[in-house]
Ligand binder design. Structure first.
Ligand code: CMP
Length: 434
């Protein structure tokens, strides 16, 4: 499908994502503590090869399945940084003996971290999958960046001389991380302090960055926490407003209760979202796809839809209006003019003629077709027994559909005729009884 992300890119970006996180943590530690793992050279070569392949992937495999040429955009900027990430500076370290050059080479290893920009691809993929609550995902991402910045600051703190040779590397790192966190969060206990000019300058820089970062994080966290259950919050706000209005206008208690029951049903069945407003903004092809999915159940349940061809189904699907009725509601009133028919998706209704229940209808059945087909007033009343999820089809659409698809008209007509005959019998027996 055009526009979706290609599977190779997803897999590849994810692999680079994991390697980059590993490098972002390990390289600063290796530089600061001058550590060389057993497989230092091999690791370096493997990573260079993977990053080289990544350049080819970026060049030739488009991020999205489209006709766009991926290398054009890539060549503009990221390609040049990616070149730097490929250089295996670790190998120079082995060859070069001059201490001052060695130091520079070590720092240059940080160039690999330019690859951190790739994280955005994997994150946007995870976001698009919609597996996590978006607010929680944003909080995890924020936590990740915060940790990484604190990690860099901690390593910097050790570089500027806060290294105690009586302690192990992990103990030194722990203290540095503690200092970084207390400084950035502006808690600043003052138990670990700078003791020379370089450290003072470093501390000032971290404090300046820290103030901004702290404000940014606190602001973000409070807004994210408020949004974790955004649907529930918005729904509750709406209900609160309605309830204030109902009280203000002294609406009878029974009606207030009914309105609240209706909203609680909406919450339980669709988390308060109304289908129409979700569909409204979408372009037609996506709208059709989403409507087909949303209305799949009703299409499967209603027997007259089963044999219908795809174009009828599509026309009907796009024009079905979802409606909800609460127990006791009259959906159709006998003798009134009717302009719509109803399909029951979930729930049960009773058909009433002259005050007497003649039958009940439930999931997959429909009613209201006689008034549309024969242009007569409603032949019966229909009342909801339970909460009912229904789909409504208006007269205009109904007429258009039957004009184009006579087979659809026929199947409805058969049932309408049966019902009309039954109604005649009922009227006759009522007449006879007097
Ligand atoms: P309409 O007359 O438009 O409005 C009332 C509806 O009740 C009617 O269409 C039918 O859909 C439905 N109805 C009438 N009689 C029966 C019946 N005997 N069995 C089931 N449904 C009926």
């Amino acid at each position: 499908m055009p526009g979706t992300k290609s599977n190779i890119r997803i897999f590849w970006d994810f692999l680079v994502f994991i390697i980059t996180i590993y490098l972002a943590i390990v390289i600063p530690l290796q530089i600061v503590f001058n550590i060389r793992s057993d497989y230092y050279v091999i690791n370096s070569i493997i990573i260079s090869v993977i990053f080289l392949v990544d350049i080819f992937v970026n060049f030739f495999v488009p991020e999205y399945k489209s006709n766009e040429k991926p290398y054009k955009k890539y060549l503009r900027f990221w390609f040049w940084l990616d070149i730097l990430t490929v250089i295996p500076f670790e190998l120079f370290e082995i060859v070069i003996k001059e201490i001052s050059i060695l130091r520079i080479i070590r720092v240059l290893r940080l160039a690999r971290l330019f690859k951190l920009y790739k994280i955005k691809y994997s994150i946007s993929f995870i976001k698009s999958k919609n597996i996590f609550n978006p607010a929680i995902l944003r909080m995890i991402i924020l936590g990740f960046w915060m940790f990484l910045i604190l990690h860099f600051i901690s390593c910097g703190w050790i570089v500027v001389g806060k290294y105690d040779s009586n302690l192990t590397n992990s103990e030194n790192y722990l203290r540095a991380f503690y200092w970084a966190l207390t400084t950035v969060s502006t808690i600043g206990y003052g138990d670990i302090t700078p003791s020379n000019n370089v450290q003072i300058i470093f501390t000032i820089c971290v404090q300046l960055v820290g103030v901004g970062m702290y404000g940014f994080i606190i602001g973000n966290i409070s807004s994210l926490l408020a949004n974790v259950d955004i649907a529930r919050r918005q729904f509750q706000e709406k209900l609160d407003k309605i309830n204030i209005f109902l009280k203000y206008r002294n609406i009878p208690y029974r009606l207030q209760e009914k309105i609240n029951e209706y909203y609680s049903y909406l919450w339980q069945t669709r988390k308060g979202y109304d289908e129409i407003s979700v569909l409204e903004d979408l372009p037609l092809p996506i709208k059709i796809e989403l409507s087909t999915f949303l209305h799949k159940e009703i299409i499967e349940k209603v027997p007259i839809f089963k044999g219908a061809n795809q174009s009828i189904i599509r026309r009907i699907i796009l024009n079905l209006i979802p409606v909800v009725f609460t127990p006791g509601d009259y959906i159709v009133v006998e003798g009134e003019i009717g302009n719509e028919m109803f399909f029951i998706s979930k729930g049960e209704v009773e058909v009433i003629v002259k005050g007497q229940r003649i039958t009940t209808l439930r999931d997959g059945q429909f009613f209201g077709e006689i008034a549309l087909l024969l242009s007569v007033p409603r032949t019966a009343s229909v009342r909801a027994i339970t909460f009912c999820d229904m789909y409504m089809l208006d007269r205009e659409t109904f007429n258009n559909i039957i004009k184009q698809f006579p087979s659809f008209e026929k199947s409805i007509q058969i049932l309408a005729e049966e019902r009309s005959k039954e109604l005649d019998k009922i009227h006759k027996s009522m007449w006879d009884k007097g």
